[in-house]
Design a protein around this ligand. Sequence first.
Ligand SMILES: Nc1ncnc2c1ncn2[C@@H]1O[C@H](COP(=O)(O)OP(=O)(O)OP(=O)(O)O)[C@@H](O)[C@H]1O
Length: 470
Amino acid sequence: MNHLLQRFSQSLCQLGINKPKERVLIALSGGADSVSLLLLFKKVSPQIDLELAAAHYNHSMRGKESDADADFVAELTNRLQVPLYSETAPPKWWLQEPGTKMEVARRLRYDFLRRAAEQAGAQWIALAHHADDMAETVLFHMLRGSGIKGLSGIPAKRGPFVRPLLPFRRKELEAFLNAEGQNWRHDSSNDSDAYTRNRIRHQIMPALLYFNPKLVETLCRNADLLRADAEFLDRECELVYGQVQQEEGLKVKALIDLPLALRRRVLRRFLEPESLGSEKTDAILDQLQKNLGRSGIVDQVGGKYLINEGGILRIYEKLPWLGNCDFLYPIAIPEEKNHSVLLEIPEAEGSLEVTLRTEKPVSLMHDEGPPTQAMKSTLQLKAEVLQRGPLSIRNRRPGDWLSLAGGAGRKKLKEFFIDKKIPRQLRNRIPLLTSGEEVLWVIGYWTGCHDTIEQPEQDVITFQWYGKTI
Ligand SMILES: Nc1ncnc2c1ncn2[C@@H]1O[C@H](COP(=O)(O)OP(=O)(O)OP(=O)(O)O)[C@@H](O)[C@H]1O
């Protein structure tokens, strides 16, 4: 018996519950596990000077049996002089939220426990899961086909929730209660084989114990090892995520170059909160590997579109540019110097500010290399450009062309898009600053090959783009 108390104290110590005056809220269902937890806490708390409280949630799922559980818990905590926080679920609670009845019950219970802990001023919420629960959980995940996370079972500590009984077997807790002369409530739903959990306990565990009498210990040990590996990989994933990320997307080549374990994790992390199955994750990675830098729709995830845009993987809620969305806005140059006009371009999710100035601007460098952040959103042109005709902002039209650097002739806009690997689906939405069929600026991609503005006192037009650049 003393040995059990000693192990329990050690378990608390490992969880970091060893400071005087800390308050622990014990989640008390009335079953053998949580009654043991309460009694063990009651016995060791004077040594550590812990303060205890208990919490019970009445789901009212089993009619009179549930009410009797609540009475039992009230009587027990009263006798042990542990303050009790209790609550009864609202009528027809299972209709109030999505999910199975068990999932909703669990959510309500955990919400209540958090609220009760706040009221009690408790730092910790202790749950009574033990080694057999851990082993059954691991088998449950194994049967469902879970990854390393599921196979690493139930965590001993997550936020305020702690599980000090994980090192203990169910039978030793029951033996402890019997020795103490303490009864407990039996939950009749644990007898029903309607639940997978119970079938694992009643049918699979006994069969497997025949092969390995220490199965529970083996599964718990494995879970422990896997949890450490999973935590390490999660940390690695966070570290490399920053290197693979670019703006709001992922660099496809950098992603594909990662070891497979990290590749899968980084992609899943990118696509959160969608929880991708392992097959879907691999299908997306396969697609990316085959097409690497080639632009196009990669897949659909949770109704959203995953698009490879010239080597950057991005996710879009919708693809409005797939429809007919031609737009054209003539640009009115402000009459007065240093005054701006703002032109809204809803189709391109942005607006263009146009200003006429007389000043010495900084020379612009022009090339067809990747646009820098500044080049993506600003352009200055000599006001003389207006002599060629009115300017407008619009999306592409057949016959559009642009001038090559150094007077090297023209290039079709279509060829430019192809060279830059801009996906076909996106091309219609890219706003262009144009004079007739000549494209002076492909906003977000190319600032054109315009004369350098070197003379002071020259009139210049400044264009500033605010909004999305694809
Ligand atoms: N009605 C309840 N009121 C307060 N605490 C409860 C209640 N039911 C369960 N608990 C706490 O949660 C622990 C786990 O309960 P149980 O084994 O029934 O749930 P589970 O579905 O296996 O696990 P999970 O907590 O992950 O849902 C119990 O040992 C107890 O500490």
